[in-house]
Design a protein around this ligand. Structure first.
Ligand SMILES: Cc1cc2nc3c(=O)[nH]c(=O)nc-3n(C[C@H](O)[C@H](O)[C@H](O)COP(=O)(O)OP(=O)(O)OC[C@H]3O[C@@H](n4cnc5c(N)ncnc54)[C@H](O)[C@@H]3O)c2cc1C
Length: 519
């Protein structure tokens, strides 16, 4: 329901917040249970520590004693017990790959996980200087990136493209004395400029193209300087062209040096984003506890966010590195062209501040001009707005954030689709952008908005809806549950999303036509 909790949490006992955990880890208590001396742990030994009171777990080749951490785990003890005495890497990655567990559990580190290997064998290998003791069985590790290589085309120009890898989009490039053109043929209609990010750090060029199931990367060190403003265009057939202006007009003998990950395609769910330092340039109030943060990227960085994707904000709190997801929004629900132009220049986050939260009070205290570490976008939402025949968006609290872009995109890109936004908050003062939504409904006959309040005082002047998400409400909103092309998008706290999913299934909305934004 529309609680004040952020998404994806279970209730923890008092005194068991993240801050309490950080305090405990800094208190000097031995959380490893083995005196803090690092050791190698076999699969058999790991399996012997598999119950409450004596709980170990392997994560990416390291074994942690999580006995004391159980009470502090935001996902609850049961979730942690699923990997008790075992390798939890796969489970961890599937649930919240982005939690910085190394920082969180560093004081619980027992040692290296050597899997099936016997300790004696591992000691012999060590004595012989043979590397590698086995590192868990995550099954998620990425292949090692290709080493540096030269992209030197045969001189003179026009140069020939470098050899193609086995899979992934086709890639080509050509140059004139003034410009370098990089062309990726994705053969994926529906790609937009928001699916392409370009980042120049000195001569290092990192381009990401977010495809339907994967992220395609171009990664280079250019031989000479280029202007930091790359020009990107995306054709309706899925051809992505990035044009860089050379600082010195000349034909280059080579395009430079290939860097790690160049021309690789990474499945969306396994993509590891880099972090970039943004500067806070403006803070605007949205409601009594929610702010809009406008963040300026560094020169050379055009970090666009695919529809429905989120970024991570990273801060160090009491020595522990914390990451929290936020879904960037347009600056307003106003004109699409203006929103697109603004998105090219700035990243905009709508953040609700929890006075007792770990990260958001810090974000609220950040002064203009200070920097914030923000990740490249991650996510899995890959529906094309032009394929949507009808959109019903159900948003609780700041679960509104992915809906802002989605509502706009469906209104802009589908000719006739009716779009209905329903927001669930506690009180009238918690509404986010009610005037802007009302203005949009005035302008767009296809769009309507409904606000549902769960805790508004009975004597208040509010004449709109009250209550929570319910079967009668959804029946009214979705008269044709099996309509082809219907999309019901849901975002909010875990309990809200679970209630919506259940009610929508009972109503007869096919599962593949429901999208829950849950990170
Ligand atoms: C994919 C995704 C996108 C998101 N996008 C946005 C967005 O655009 N805007 C936005 O404002 N937020 C968004 N969030 C939520 C955001 O990531 C943070 O969770 C939120 O900002 C709170 O962070 P915090 O560190 O300040 O608070 P926390 O320290 O996490 O605490 C927040 C509140 O919850 C309570 N709490 C903490 N843990 C528990 C628990 N286990 N049980 C019960 N209560 C608990 C705290 O007491 C506090 O009142 C998103 C979340 C996800 C998963």
């Amino acid at each position: 329901m529309a609680t004040g909790n952020p998404r994806n949490k279970v209730a923890l006992a008092p005194g068991r917040s993240l801050m309490d955990w950080i305090r405990l880890t800094n208190s000097g208590v031995d959380l490893t249970g083995v005196g803090g001396r690092r050791r190698e742990v076999t699969k058999d030994e790991l399996a012997r520590h598999s119950r409450p009171g004596d709980l170990w777990m392997a994560l990416r080749g390291q074994v942690y004693n999580v006995t004391r951490y159980v009470e502090y785990h935001p996902g609850g003890a049961d979730e942690l017990m699923r990997a008790a005495g075992a390798d939890g890497t796969e489970l961890f990655d599937s649930v919240h790959r982005w939690v910085n567990y190394e920082g969180m559990l560093s004081k619980c580190l027992v040692g290296k996980y050597v899997g099936e290997q016997s300790l004696a064998k591992s000691l012999i290998r060590k004595a012989l200087g043979v590397g590698g003791g086995g590192g868990g069985s995550s099954g998620n590790s990425l292949a090692p990136p290709p080493g540096p290589a030269s992209l030197r085309p045969p001189a003179p120009a026009p140069a020939r493209p470098p050899p193609r890898p086995a899979a992934g989009p086709d890639f080509d490039w050509f140059q004139s004395p003034q410009q370098l053109h990089l062309i990726t043929y994705c053969r994926q209609p529906g790609l937009t400029a928001d699916d392409v990010s370009v980042r120049l750090t000195g001569r290092r060029l990192l381009c990401r193209v977010y495809l339907r199931d994967s992220v395609f990367t171009l990664h280079w060190e250019l031989p000479e300087d280029v202007s930091p403003d790359a020009h990107t265009s995306v054709s309706s057939a899925g051809k992505v062209e990035i044009v860089l202006e050379k600082r010195r007009a000349a034909q280059w003998a080579s395009t430079g040096r290939v860097l790690a990950g160049h021309r690789t395609s990474t499945p969306l769910a396994q993509f590891c984003p880099e972090f970039v330092s943004f500067v806070l340039v403006e803070r605007r109030p949205v409601s009594h506890d929610t702010r809009l943060l406008l963040l300026q990227p560094p020169a050379g960085c055009s970090l666009r966010v695919p529809l429905g994707f989120h970024v991570f904000v990273r801060r160090t709190v009491c020595g522990a590195q914390l990451e929290r997801p936020y879904t960037p929004v347009p600056e307003s629900v106003g004109e699409a062209a203006a929103a697109a132009a603004a998105a090219e220049r700035q990243l905009c986050l709508m953040v609700k501040v929890y006075p007792d939260g770990v990260l958001t009070p810090q974000l609220d205290a950040l002064r203009l001009g200070q920097t914030l570490e923000v990740s490249e976008p991650v996510g899995t939402f890959r529906r094309r707005p032009q394929d949507v025949a009808e959109l019903v968006a159900l948003a609780a609290g700041t679960g509104l954030t992915p809906m802002v872009g989605l509502v706009r995109a469906v209104l802009d890109q589908s000719a006739e689709a009716p779009v209905r936004l329903v927001t669930f908050v506690r009180r009238q003062r918690d509404l986010l952008w009610p005037d802007q939504w009302a203005a949009l409904a005035e302008r767009q006959a296809r769009f309507s908005v409904l606000h549902v309040l769960s805790e508004e005082e009975a004597e208040s002047a509010w004449s709109g809806r009250r209550g929570r998400v319910s079967a009668p409400l959804l029946e009214e909103l979705i008269p044709e549950p099996a309509r082809p092309g219907l999309l019901v998008a849901v975002c909010g706290p875990t309990a809200f999303s679970a209630a919506c999913s259940r009610l929508l299934a009972e109503l007869g909305v096919p599962g593949q036509q429901v999208h829950v934004f849950d990170g």
